[in-house]
Design a protein around this ligand. Structure first.
Ligand SMILES: Nc1ncnc2c1ncn2[C@@H]1O[C@H](COP(=O)(O)OP(=O)(O)O)[C@@H](O)[C@H]1O
Ligand SMILES: O=P(O)(O)OC[C@H]1O[C@](O)(COP(=O)(O)O)[C@@H](O)[C@@H]1O
Ligand SMILES: [Mg+2]
Length: 537
């Protein structure tokens, strides 16, 4: 083992291997144009090495220096990890903040079982979460760094426990409900489930006893625009909002400066802020939290990650993602039927995913109707003997039709860069769906092999629909936990599901970069197995 001190990310970067072309045996059945004797690094190996520079769902915001020759390195690493994942509390800066017994009572609802009574008296049992409860972030013990998808801290892939804070109601709360004015804001693009989260936050706040609850209209913009009035919220107002998509409060990109937002919060007397949004929104939420700390304000800022792209680090999945995948099935099935019913038909479906191909991958897997799935994380050639177009020709010759699913962020290298950004500073992407459609048409005309190409872009239909049952449950639990976190006095946190348990993360740990798909992951390999597509290089 290395005796030197090295700066690494907690994920081990392996040198790419130059052997093992196991995938080619299967691929040859589908793609006779491939030369099995080519002496090159397999594509999936190369993209893994590349991806690890900016990858992945396992990464975290800070790099750390580990001396693996130190016999105590593991406990030091774990201490460092505990410090990084510590969740900020209002008492860190407001020393006079005191706790009160929670007004969120579980005891009367759940009679203590005989079993429990044997161990604890009815007085002792309460059903709250202890502040020191933890959830294991990574649950696989890899026996080797070469295990599929291995995430290792040290070169031996030693088992290192990584614990994060368990979400839920605490016995002690740091706000008197009658002194709370809570605000909810939804920012960024739409996402199925926003109304479910808003509804559950309001209902849970009322159960704690909060009377003053407002919605800030149209994202962060609503804090500064004098023409936009606060929306009073109550159980009565939100009772049925989950039955429709969108956001009751409205959304927007861009908006005022952080200091203006905090000024506005002070003026309005807001001391709990629930922020529903993606990476950008959470960067804003964290900046608001930091500004509140700087001003020593007793304000809890709690995020709920929202993005159909599912591109938030460490979290199993974000709400709305499941619904998006389900809704995409309709578009894929239509593309399949069009392609299948046409003479030499090709169906193309473009799905969202600015920097991550999760929707495209899961939708392809779910449908079983996709022949080619293209995502931002895996480079591909359109032209040439190993390109997408030549594989499409092969598919038309052999099975008569083909269906392609492309993520919006895929193949951006084929498109002209404009440097244009939206109001939030996100780069405006070129339309890869339209580009591929045009290239396919051009190619088949040139080779004198007419193909019937149909292109479907269901983007906003997917995003605007209401959440499915599984997302509704997720939204409900996230909304409740957001309120529990705020009452417990935490701030600058976000709530997520991690290995089926609900946890609180400090915001910076989940937004240091967009979560991207690991091309060497088991799931991407399963997708390739399902589509039967080769590497397009
Ligand atoms: N780095 C940042 N710091 C503060 N606010 C930000 C930052 N990035 C984005 N925002 C704000 O967050 C909101 C939503 O961001 P956006 O990127 O559009 O959506 P999402 O939150 O879904 O990623 C916008 O109002 C934007 O101005
Ligand atoms: O047209 P809009 O509103 O800018 O939204 C498009 C964006 O929405 C997304 O699906 C989700 O983005 P956000 O998470 O930032 O809301 C992106 O993949 C896509 O680029
Ligand atoms: Mg974003």
């Amino acid at each position: 083992m290395a005796a030197t001190s090295v700066a690494i990310k907690p994920r081990l970067v392996l040198p790419p291997k130059t052997s093992t072309r196991c995938g080619d045996h299967a691929l040859l059945l589908f793609w006779p144009g491939r030369n099995p004797n080519r002496n090159e690094i397999p594509q999936r190996m190369r993209v893994k090495a590349q991806a690890e520079k900016h990858d992945s769902s396992s990464s975290s915001s800070s790099t750390m220096s580990i001396d693996f020759s130190d016999p105590d390195w593991k406990s030091k690493y774990q201490r460092d990890f505990e410090a990084r994942f510590n969740i900020p509390h209002i008492t860190d800066v407001v020393s006079e903040a005191v706790s009160y017994p929670s007004t969120f009572c579980l005891k009367m609802r759940t009679p203590v079982s005989v079993d429990l009574l044997e161990r604890y008296s009815d007085e002792e049992w309460h059903g709250y979460i202890y502040n020191n409860d933890r959830v294991l972030l990574k649950v696989i013990h890899y026996s080797s760094p070469t295990s599929a998808g291995a995430e290792c801290v040290d070169p031996d892939c030693t088992w290192v426990e990584q614990w994060v804070h368990r979400a839920g109601p605490r016995e002690k709360i740091y706000f008197k409900p009658e002194e709370v004015k809570a605000a909810i804001v939804t920012c960024g693009g739409l996402c199925p489930g926003l109304n479910n989260v808003i509804r559950q936050i309001v209902i849970t706040l009322e159960i704690y006893g909060v009377k003053k609850i407002v919605g800030i209209p149209f994202g962060y913009r609503g804090f500064a625009d004098k023409d936009l009035a606060e929306i009073p919220l109550s159980r009565k107002v939100v009772q049925n909002i989950h039955l429709s998509g969108g956001s009751l409060l409205g959304v927007s990109r861009g908006g005022p400066k952080v200091s203006e937002i905090v000024d506005s919060m002070e003026e309005r007397g807001i001391n709990m802020l629930f922020v529903l949004g993606g990476n950008g929104t959470h960067a804003g939420a964290n900046a608001i939290h930091e500004e509140c700390r700087k001003r020593r304000l007793k304000i809890a800022v709690v995020g709920v990650p929202k993005t159909i792209d599912n591109d938030i680090l460490l979290i199993d999945k974000t709400f709305g993602f499941d619904t998006a995948v389900e809704e995409a099935q309709r578009a894929i099935n239509s593309a399949y039927i069009e392609a299948h019913s046409a003479y030499r038909g090709i169906g193309i479906v473009k799905l969202m995913g600015r920097s991550s191909g999760f929707i495209a991958m899961q939708s392809s897997l779910a449908s079983g109707q996709i022949d080619i799935c293209l995502i931002p994380e895996v480079p591909f050639n359109l032209h040439g003997p190993h390109g997408v177009l030549s594989h499409l020709k092969y598919l038309l010759e052999t099975k008569g039709f083909a269906v392609v699913c492309v993520a919006e962020g895929a193949g951006q290298n084929f498109l002209e860069k404009t440097n244009a950004t939206d109001a939030s500073g996100n780069i405006v992407l070129g339309d890869i769906g339209v580009h591929i459609q045009q290239e396919i048409k051009k190619y088949f005309k040139e080779v004198g092999f007419p193909a019937d190409v149909k292109y479907i872009d269901p983007t906003y239909m997917i995003r605007a629909c209401r959440a499915n049952a599984s997302d509704r449950i997720l939204c409900t639990v996230l909304g409740q936990n957001a309120v529990h976190g705020a009452f417990a006095g935490y701030s600058g946190i976000t709530v997520g599901i991690c290995n089926t348990h609900y946890v609180y993360f400090p915001i910076p740990e989940v937004i240091s970069q967009p979560r991207v798909l690991d091309p060497n992951s088991r799931m991407w390999h399963r997708c390739l197995t399902s589509t039967g597509q080769p590497d397009f290089f």
